[in-house]
Design a protein around this ligand. Structure first.
Ligand SMILES: NC(=O)c1ccc[n+]([C@@H]2O[C@H](COP(=O)([O-])OP(=O)(O)OC[C@H]3O[C@@H](n4cnc5c(N)ncnc54)[C@H](O)[C@@H]3O)[C@@H](O)[C@H]2O)c1
Length: 252
C-alpha cells in the first residue's frame, strides 16, 4: 500500500523541538523526505539522526525563519539536495508574554517577525518551487490565541491572528496553481514551549478551560499535519484546524 506522503519532499520549520520534531518524525514515517529546519542546528541534526535510525531520509538545515535570505537559502538547499519541494510547514514560533505597555517595540517586532513574517517569507520563496512541481501545500501553525485573545499576550495574539488570515489570502491567491494552504491552531500542547508553566497552575487552567481531560501531545498535532499535507486533503484549503480539547467550543 502506498504511504500517505510517499515521494513528497517537505520542509518543517522549528523541526528541532515539540510539534515540529513530532511532525518531522511523522512525515518521514509517512514516506516523505524531510528537511528539518531549525534555528539551532544541533537540534535539527538530532532529529535527522532519529529519522535515519527509523530508515527515513532527512536533511538538517539551520535557518532563522524571520530572515528572508536565510529562508531563501533553506529552500535552495532543499531543492539542491532532494530535487524539489512539495510541502512547506511553517511551524517555528515563539510565545512571549506581555501587554502593549509591558513589551518594548523590539519585543513586538521580534514576535511579529518570527510568528507572522516567517509565513510570508516561507510562502513567498516556496511558491515558485511548488509551482514547478505542478502544485503543493503550505501548512502554518497559529494557535487558539489567534482566534480569541487572552490577557498578557498582545504581540503573540496579534501575530497568530495574522497567521490565520494570511493563510486564507495565500489559499485564495494560489488555488488555481493547485497550491493549498491551511493553518493549525493548537490549544495547550505538552512541548518544551509550555514546559516552564508550573504544573499546578497548568492543571487549574486545563480543568477550568479545556473540556476534554488530558494533555494534548505534539504527536496528535503532527497527525493532523500529515493529513493536511496528504492527497486525502486535496480539496481542503484556506481552513483553520483547531486542536484544543474543546476549548473553543464555548464557555465551559
Ligand atoms: N505548545 C503549545 O501549547 C502551542 C500552542 C499554540 C501554538 N503553538 C505554536 O506551535 C509552534 C511550535 O511550538 P512548540 O510548542 O513545538 O514549541 P518549541 O519551543 O518546542 O519548538 C519551537 C521550535 O522553533 C524553533 N524556532 C524558534 N524561533 C525560530 C526562528 N526564528 N527560526 C527558526 N526556528 C526557530 C525553536 O528553536 C524550536 O525548535 C509555534 O509556532 C507555537 O507558537 C504552540
Amino acid at each position: 500500500m502506498q504511504q500517505q506522503l510517499e515521494h513528497k519532499i517537505a520542509i518543517i520549520t522549528g523541526g528541532g523541538s515539540g510539534i515540529g520534531r513530532a511532525s518531522c518524525l511523522a512525515f518521514a514515517e509517512a514516506g516523505a523526505k524531510v528537511v528539518v529546519a531549525n534555528r539551532t542546528l544541533a537540534k535539527a541534526e538530532a532529529v535527522v539522526e532519529e529519522i535515519e535510525a527509523n530508515g527515513g531520509e532527512a536533511l538538517p538545515v539551520q535557518v532563522d525563519v524571520s530572515q528572508g535570505e536565510a529562508v531563501q537559502r533553506m529552500i535552495a538547499e532543499t531543492v539542491a539536495h532532494f530535487g524539489g519541494l512539495d510541502i512547506l510547514f511553517n511551524n517555528a514560533g515563539i510565545s512571549p508574554a506581555g501587554s502593549v505597555t509591558e513589551i518594548s517595540e523590539a519585543e513586538w517586532d521580534t514576535c511579529l517577525d518570527i510568528d507572522l513574517k516567517s509565513i510570508f517569507l516561507g510562502a513567498k520563496y516556496a511558491i515558485p518551487k511548488l509551482k514547478k512541481r505542478g502544485g503543493g501545500t503550505i501548512i502554518n501553525t497559529a494557535g487558539t490565541l489567534g482566534i480569541r485573545a487572552c490577557r498578557g499576550k498582545a504581540a503573540y495574539a496579534a501575530a497568530k491572528a495574522g497567521a490565520i488570515n494570511l493563510t486564507r489570502s495565500i489559499a485564495l491567491d494560489y488555488a488555481r496553481d493547485h497550491i493549498r494552504c491551511n493553518v493549525i491552531c493548537p490549544g495547550y500542547i505538552d512541548t518544551p514551549l509550555t514546559a516552564d508553566f508550573p504544573s499546578a497552575e497548568r492543571d487549574v487552567f486545563l480543568d477550568r478551560f479545556q473540556p476534554l481531560p488530558g494533555l494534548i501531545q505534539a504527536e496528535e498535532v503532527a497527525a493532523l499535519a500529515v493529513y493536511l499535507a496528504s492527497d486525502a486533503a486535496k480539496m481542503v484549503t484556506g481552513q483553520r484546524f483547531v486542536i484544543d480539547g474543546g476549548q473553543q467550543a464555548g464557555i465551559f
